[in-house]
Design a protein around this ligand. Structure first.
Ligand code: NAD
Length: 300
């Protein structure tokens, strides 16, 4: 396929290289010409309008501002029927607005943010979360597979970006919580490697981060308890007492205890501890529910 690729940074460079390795004819573009050096040596062609005269365009740019900056150029240069996958982590709102402008020119713009980091971009072990026109996604799937082993159609335009932002919000909430938990463990006297090795064997340690959501939260079943709320409340209370005794501030821990306490006040002490998650559903005014048989299918 004739492909244009704009944005050859830490992620874009190796993704473009994998397209070239898969045998595609590649036109590349970046603000920094030196970013294309290896790609040009591998047979790619430099262009100041990489969206012109190609079937498919990829952008991998820092964020909404840069994608908006190149959108005008793509709209001018691309011919009708061109597909444009934006691999940047972008604002769903911005993506949807550009998508509308693209439709007027019969350009199919899809958001396709990626997850896996530069190592994944090089090896191809990379998730792509795609939102937009399904037939265009299906048609371009073989090309997407040259970039990442896990392309996934999430839903209409913007859905890929929402999934990506939810993923990264989760990552950085977990990151903040683990920073707290590990400073507590080490300051309370446990050797860091021993702590790391121990925790990896625990219930949370053995599970893939999101898999435990399928046990209680997604099906919305909290009775009978697998782990009772009053026991979870006792554990986090003890952990925060330990933190206080050791002079370790625990912002995420205080938040977790506040959630469990509020659930206790509802009279849910004997229910499964994850019932506390329904408090956030109430506040957000949304129900996050998946039928058990559909969950089994997704996990299999
Ligand atoms: P980067 O800064 O290394 O690369 C961005 C590239 O875009 C640079 O080469 C820059 O010169 C180029 N650029 C900027 N404005 C341009 C313009 N107007 N025209 C042409 N080129 C332009 O960033 P990155 O780490 O490769 O990230 C790219 C995107 O992927 C971001 O949206 C980022 O959030 C996302 N992402 C990054 C990672 C990661 O671990 N680095 C992981 C997943 C997703």
């Amino acid at each position: 396929m004739k492909i244009g690729f704009i944005g050859l940074g830490l992620m874009g460079g190796p993704m473009a290289a994998n397209l070239r390795k898969a045998g595609h004819a590649l036109k590349v573009q970046d603000l920094r010409r030196e970013a294309a050096r290896e790609l040009l040596a591998a047979g790619a062609q430099w262009s100041d309008a990489a969206a012109a005269d190609v079937e498919l365009v990829f952008t991998s740019l820092p964020g909404p501002r840069e994608v908006q900056a190149v959108a005008g150029q793509i709209l001018d240069a691309a011919r009708p029927g061109t597909a444009w996958f934006d691999l940047s982590t972008n604002s769903p709102d911005v993506v949807r607005r550009i998508h509308v402008r693209c439709l007027e020119k019969q350009i199919h713009m899809l958001d396709a943010p990626v997850s896996g980091g530069p190592t994944g971009a090089q090896s191809g072990r990379l998730a792509l979360w795609v939102g937009g026109d399904r037939p265009t996604y299906d048609r371009c799937l073989p090309v997407l597979k040259a970039i990442g082993d896990e392309p996934f159609y999430v839903g209409p335009i913007g859905a890929g970006s929402v999934a990506k932002l939810v993923h990264n919000a989760s990552s950085f909430m977990v990151q903040a919580a683990l920073a707290e938990a590990f400073t507590l463990g080490v300051k309370a006297g446990v050797e860091p490697l021993a702590l790391f090795r121990a925790l990896r064997q625990g219930a949370t340690g053995r599970a893939r981060t999101f898999d435990r959501l399928a046990e209680k939260f997604l099906p919305g079943t909290y009775d009978p308890a697998g782990f009772a709320l009053h026991l979870a409340h006792k554990d986090v209370t003890l952990a925060l007492e330990l933190a206080k005794a050791n002079g370790v501030p625990m912002r995420a821990g205080e938040h977790a205890l506040a959630e469990l306490s509020e659930a206790m006040q509802r009279g849910w002490a004997e229910r499964d501890c994850r019932v506390a998650m329904t408090l956030q559903e109430e506040r957000a005014g949304v129900s996050v529910r998946v039928a058990a048989d559909r969950l089994r299918e997704a996990l299999a």
